[in-house]
Design a protein around this ligand. Structure first.
Ligand code: NAD
Ligand code: DAU
Length: 358
């Protein structure tokens, strides 16, 4: 048996594929990825010629292609990561988010339904559609609100989170209406190796090393719940293996931190691991205009996945962020490769026009 992983050349998807295949007894993987600006074949390069991995360059919205892959590889599960994932990009151009996150997920669900519907016996019972989603669908918390539980109402605030919320609703409906065997995970902010440097933590690391400003939106007191990416991957494996059908599981790090504290931590680690003769990296911190509609606080109540499946994160923030900074220091070539023309265009769009806050 095989699993089909969509978006497996992106940040979390590639970590998932690499971790999955690190187990010599693991089932083979077919990766389907459109290689948008965020997808990178080099993320999977360490697999070399591993015969258990097949890479397919294509779009989840291409129904004929998805049908062909399902017929050819007969996967026992689809793990669906493929998405447009960056909130700031969704503000500049929401169309791609609707296309991939909503329409693409719809296409994938329909293909999965046709494939699963024709399966028999054991294969039919074993099949899973695992939808990878985000805590952002729940909206924004006030300072003293309890963390997001699976029962929180959906209140998405950005085009990105609205598109992910829409995809979650489609997945839910395909379970209730058609009986498609789905599980959904809603995870908090990931960080770790292979993270594209448009997101806060990798952006700060690569900018600091280049002596560039470290942009902090607004007052920098927004709170996120940070989880090391490999812990997210182990949570997905736990839910794929033992999650109850039609259920959602929140995954988080029990680690709420304000953005400015994240950036200060990264700067302190860089001061230790690669000191800059010009002075502490924190000198580069620059407050800039806030993100429109910026959610103030996310926090995850991850008790359900712990209670039902025994999952807890293995890394603390201190251990995970150290590994992450070390990874970026050891992989300057990867960083240089992803900072292509398209990356520079984005940095100009997002930051050059944005004025430092008064
Ligand atoms: P990413 O942007 O790094 O990677 C997305 C991948 O999907 C890329 O490889 C891209 O090429 C591919 N892709 C995009 N459109 C496609 C399409 N139409 N067809 C096929 N492939 C396509 O994203 P990520 O950070 O790795 O996030 C992966 C998933 O996890 C997303 O669904 C995201 O919503 C979710 N998630 C992310 C985080 C986070 O902190 N990054 C947290 C919770 C949930
Ligand atoms: O919560 C899960 C979500 O986390 C995922 O669903 C998204 O795919 C992922 O991108 C992430 O969304 P965020 O918007 O929280 O991540 P980002 O790294 O873009 O920003 C983290 C925080 O840092 C947020 O409050 C905005 C702020 N920020 C970000 C950037 C890029 C800055 O202050 N400056 C920046 O330059």
């Amino acid at each position: 048996m095989t699993i089909l992983v969509t978006g497996g050349a992106g940040f979390i998807g590639s970590n998932f594929v690499l971790d999955w295949l690190a187990d010599p007894s693991a089932e083979p993987v077919v990766t389907l990825d459109a290689l948008t600006y965020a997808g990178n074949r080099a993320n999977l390069a360490s697999l070399g010629g591993d015969a258990r991995h097949t890479f397919v360059h294509g779009d989840i919205g291409d129904r004929a292609l998805v049908d062909r892959l399902l017929a050819e590889h007969r996967p026992r599960a689809i793990v669906h990561f493929a998405a447009e994932s960056h909130v700031d990009r969704s503000i500049h151009g929401p169309g791609a988010f609707i296309k991939t996150n909503v329409e693409g997920t719809f296409t994938l669900l329909e293909a999965a339904r046709a494939y699963w519907g024709a399966l028999q016996g054991e294969a039919k019972a074993a099949f899973r559609f695992h939808h990878v989603s985000t805590d952002e669908v729940y909206g924004s918390l006030k300072a003293d609100d309890p963390p997001f539980a699976e029962t929180n109402p959906y209140e998405p605030n950005s085009p990105y989170s609205a598109s992910k919320a829409a995809s979650d609703h489609l997945v839910r409906a395909w379970f209730h209406t058609y009986g498609l065997p789905v599980v959904t995970t809603n995870c908090s902010n990931n960080y770790g190796p292979l993270h594209f440097p448009e997101k806060l933590i990798p952006l700060v690391i690569v900018n600091a090393l280049a002596g560039k400003p470290l942009p902090i939106y607004g007052d920098g007191r927004q709170i996120r719940d940070w989880l090391y990416v490999k812990d997210h991957c182990s949570g997905i494996r736990a839910v794929l293996a033992g999650g109850r059908l039609g259920e959602t599981y929140n995954i988080g790090g029990w680690n709420e931190m304000a953005n400015i504290d994240i950036v200060q931590t990264v700067c302190a680690l860089l001061d230790e691991l690669q000191p800059d003769a010009a002075g502490p990296y924190a000198r580069l911190i620059t407050y800039v205009t806030d993100r429109p509609g910026h959610d103030r606080r996310y926090a995850i109540d991850a008790r359900k996945i712990e209670r039902e499946l025994g999952w807890r994160p293995a890394e603390t923030f201190a251990s995970g962020i150290r590994k992450t900074v070390q990874w970026y220091l050891a992989n300057a070539e990867w960083v240089a490769q992803v900072q292509s023309g398209a990356y520079r265009d984005w940095i100009d769009t997002q930051y050059t026009a944005s004025q430092p806050a008064a």
